[in-house]
Design a protein around this ligand. Structure first.
Ligand code: FEO
Length: 402
């Protein structure tokens, strides 16, 4: 056997022919400690069709997997569900090599692919609700604009009850186990939630509507095949239910204390706030940006109802580690939060104003007075922090009951 890369059969006439990226650890700012996969799918219809491709450096791996079941030059159609480079990066090379009869994408995808690759070749746009005959099998298409790019769409294969969902329902997980029932459920839960928090969260208002549309369309789905991570063939209800919950921002009685520290004064304050929160009954996560990665904070924020942010003042501003996480959070738009502000300073103390501005920008309701401590907190200052934590817990509890 010359070819080490094999396709994986996922239904009667569909094969996974993607690539596994064991070493990627950064996905534009999202830490991917378990690597990732770029999933492409081969539909062995009368007109053999490739759905999505892979990141450019993985071209050979994908082509080898395709070649393990069929000569790639027999592929007649290519469908691009999503133009982002991790799925379209090797599309030009694929088109050069196999010369498919037709390449299809969404209306927005056509524009995006042209602007990525500046190709002369025609790409055929598909509208929401369009269908395409592959001879003995059929595909239908659903535009999913802004989930998570303007070009994104789903492709449905009714004969196999199979939904190709591009980034939706995916996760960054490098694994030779290709199905959800082959992966540790705790890893699935963690990586799916981390993916949602870091990629899908800003578009949550659209997720519920999309799930409604999928239900209203009456699609009979036995398999969900996303563009990253395992293929869902067992617990479809589980991942769909989680998306519904995350999209509605369902919150636990939980607060995250996010801070950075220079000489541990702000850290002492963070600990006192955390103790107050816990005394008030809230589940608490203390996350120092001196140690934690921004992706981990966003994961914890997914089901939290409150955030306390703290920083000392350095050169008239917050610490750069805090600027990093606040910028990231602003982009991901966590909504419906209560917030609190604290921090130490030496002589000017501008950090508090920046942190208050952050809460305002994400629309969080600020609880209590900002606590600013000059240099090092004494027992009274720490008790004030404790009380702020208790107040935040009680306000969050009231809100969750209302
Ligand atoms: Fe996996 Fe939006 O690309």
């Amino acid at each position: 056997m010359k070819n080490i890369f094999r396709a994986v059969k996922i239904s009667d006439r569909v094969y996974w022919v993607g690539a596994i990226d064991w070493t990627i650890r950064d996905f534009h700012g999202y830490t991917t400690r378990r690597g990732s996969s770029y999933n492409a799918y081969l539909v062995l219809a009368d007109k053999i069709t490739l759905i999505d491709t892979v990141k450019a450096p993985f071209y050979e791996e994908m082509m080898s997997r395709i070649a393990s079941v069929v000569d790639p030059r027999k592929i007649r159609h290519v469908i691009s569900n999503h133009s982002e480079m991790d799925h379209s990066g090797c599309l030009p090379a694929v088109m050069d090599f196999i010369s498919p009869e037709k390449v299809f994408t969404s209306i927005m995808g056509m524009k995006a692919l042209q602007e990525h690759f500046h190709m002369s070749r025609e790409i055929i746009p598909l509208k929401d609700g369009d269908s395409l005959s592959l001879g003995n099998l059929n595909l239908s298409f659903m535009e999913t604009r802004m989930l998570h790019w303007p070009d994104s769409m789903f492709t449905y294969l009714p004969e196999e009850k199979l939904l190709f969902s591009q980034d939706a329902f995916g996760m960054h997980l490098a694994s030779l186990e290709r199905f959800d029932d082959e992966v540790d459920p705790d890893i699935l839960d963690f990586e799916a939630a981390t993916y949602y928090a870091n990629i899908i969260l800003p578009y949550s208002p659209l997720v519920g509507k999309l799930l409604d549309r999928v239900e209203a369309a009456g699609l009979n789905i036995n398999i969900i095949a996303p563009d990253h991570g395992p293929i869902w063939r067992k617990d479809l209800a589980g991942i769909l239910g989680k998306y519904r919950r995350w999209a509605t921002r369902t919150q636990d009685f939980k607060a995250v204390v996010v801070y950075a520290t220079m000489w541990h004064s702000t850290e002492m304050m963070a600990k006192a706030i955390g103790e107050g929160l816990a005394a008030g009954g809230a589940k608490v996560k203390l996350m120092s940006m001196n140690q934690f990665h921004r992706s981990d904070v966003v994961y914890e924020m997914l089901d939290a109802g409150a955030i306390a942010v703290g920083s000392p003042t350095l050169n008239n501003h917050i610490l750069p580690q805090m600027a990093d996480i606040l910028t990231y959070l602003k982009g991901l738009k966590p909504t419906n939060l209560l917030g609190a502000v604290f921090g130490s300073y030496g002589w000017s103390g501008e950090s508090a104003r920046e942190l208050e501005g952050f809460l305002s920008e994400i629309g969080a309701d600020k609880v209590g007075e900002t606590i600013k401590v000059r240099y090092v907190p004494d027992a009274d200052a720490l008790m004030k922090c404790y009380s702020l934590g208790s107040l935040l817990a009680s306000k969050l509890w009231e809100k969750l009951q209302s």
